[in-house]
Design a protein around this ligand. Structure first.
Ligand SMILES: NC(=O)c1ccc[n+]([C@@H]2O[C@H](COP(=O)([O-])OP(=O)(O)OC[C@H]3O[C@@H](n4cnc5c(N)ncnc54)[C@H](O)[C@@H]3O)[C@@H](O)[C@H]2O)c1
Length: 262
C-alpha cells in the first residue's frame, strides 16, 4: 500500500482512461494526474484529445491522450493497452469513460440498425474491449482497479427521454462489472461501477438535457438541486483507483446528487 501525501492519492499508479477527450473521462484524467498518477488516456476524437492535453498543461500536469483510437474496435483497444504496458511496464488502473451519446427513442420507435445496435456497441463493447485488452497487464502488475460507468438509468427509466437502449446498455455494464469482480479477485483485479446522475458534459448538452422543460424536470428530481460536474464523478473514481479502496470490488457507487434516494 502506498502512503500518499495529501493531493497524491494515486502516486506511482499508471492509469488508462478511455474517452479522456471530454466530459467525465476528461475530468478523471485531469484529476488523476493532479493526484500523482501517470495518465495515458485515449479518445476517438483527435481534437478532443488535444484539448485535454492542453488543459492538463495549463494546470501544470501532464496527460497523454492517444488518438484516434476507437474502443469498439478490438485492434485499437489492444494497441492502446499493449503500448502503455510496453512503455511503462505496468498498468494499475483502467477507467472506461469512453462511450457514445446514446440514441434516444421509445421502444416502439427505436430503429434496430441505426439506433439500438450502435448504442449497445457504443456503451457495452466500448467497455468490454479495453477491459479484455488491459486484463493480462493488470494481472501482470499484481492486480489493479477497473472503473466502469453505469448510470442511474441502470436502475430506473426516464419519463423525459426514450432510453430503452441506454437502460439496457447501462444494466449490461453493471452485470459485466460484477462478473469482472468475481473473475478478477484471485489476481487482485478489482472492478466497480460508478453510476452518475445527470452530469453536464458534451453528451448531455447535445441531448438537450440542460434546456427548457427537460432541465426543469431533471432539476426537480435532484435532492441536491444541481446537475453534476465531471469532477464530482472523478473524486469517486480517485477513491476507487486508489489503494484506499483495496477491499472494494463488485460494488456500484451512485454519484447523483441523491436522485436514486428519491
Ligand atoms: N454525463 C452524464 O450525465 C452521465 C450520466 C450517467 C452515465 N454517464 C456515463 O459516463 C460515461 C462518460 O459520459 P460523458 O457524458 O462524459 O460522455 P461525453 O460524450 O461527454 O464524452 C465521451 C468521450 O468518449 C469519447 N468516445 C466516444 N466513443 C468512443 C470510442 N468508441 N472510443 C474512444 N473514445 C470514444 C468521445 O469522443 C468523448 O470524448 C459514459 O459511459 C456515460 O454513459 C454519463
Amino acid at each position: 500500500m502506498t502512503d500518499p501525501r495529501p493531493g497524491q492519492r494515486l502516486l506511482g499508479k499508471v492509469a488508462l482512461v478511455t474517452g479522456a477527450g471530454a466530459g467525465i473521462g476528461q475530468g478523471c484524467a485531469l484529476l488523476f494526474a493532479e493526484q500523482g498518477a501517470t495518465v495515458v488516456g485515449c479518445d476517438i476524437d483527435t481534437d478532443a484529445a488535444a484539448r485535454t492535453r492542453e488543459l492538463a498543461a495549463e494546470r501544470g500536469t501532464k496527460v497523454e491522450v492517444m488518438a484516434p483510437l476507437d474502443m469498439t474496435v478490438p485492434a485499437d483497444a489492444q494497441r492502446y493497452a499493449d503500448s502503455v504496458f510496453e512503455r511503462y511496464g505496468r498498468i494499475d488502473v483502467l477507467v472506461t469513460a469512453g462511450a457514445i451519446a446514446p440514441h434516444m427513442a421509445s421502444a416502439a420507435e427505436m430503429d434496430f440498425d441505426e439506433q439500438w445496435t450502435p448504442t449497445l456497441r457504443g456503451e457495452v463493447d466500448v467497455v468490454f474491449l479495453p477491459v479484455r485488452a488491459a486484463w493480462p497487464h493488470l494481472a501482470a502488475s499484481g492486480g489493479g482497479s477497473i472503473v466502469n460507468f453505469a448510470s442511474v438509468n441502470a436502475f430506473r427509466g426516464s419519463g423525459t427521454f426514450g432510453m430503452v437502449a441506454h437502460c439496457a446498455g447501462k444494466s449490461a455494464v453493471l452485470g459485466l462489472t460484477r462478473q469482472l469482480a468475481v473473475e478478477g479477485g484471485p489476481s487482485g483485479i478489482r472492478a466497480n461501477t460508478i453510476s452518475p446522475g445527470m452530469v453536464r458534459t458534451p453528451a448531455t448538452e447535445s441531448a438537450g438535457a440542460h434546456e427548457g422543460a427537460a432541465r426543469a424536470a431533471l432539476l426537480a428530481r435532484i435532492p441536491l438541486g444541481r446537475v453534476g460536474t465531471p469532477e464530482d464523478i472523478a473524486w469517486c473514481a480517485v477513491y476507487l483507483a486508489s489503494d484506499e479502496s483495496a477491499w472494494v470490488t463488485g460494488g456500484n457507487f451512485p454519484v447523483d446528487g441523491g436522485v436514486l434516494a428519491k
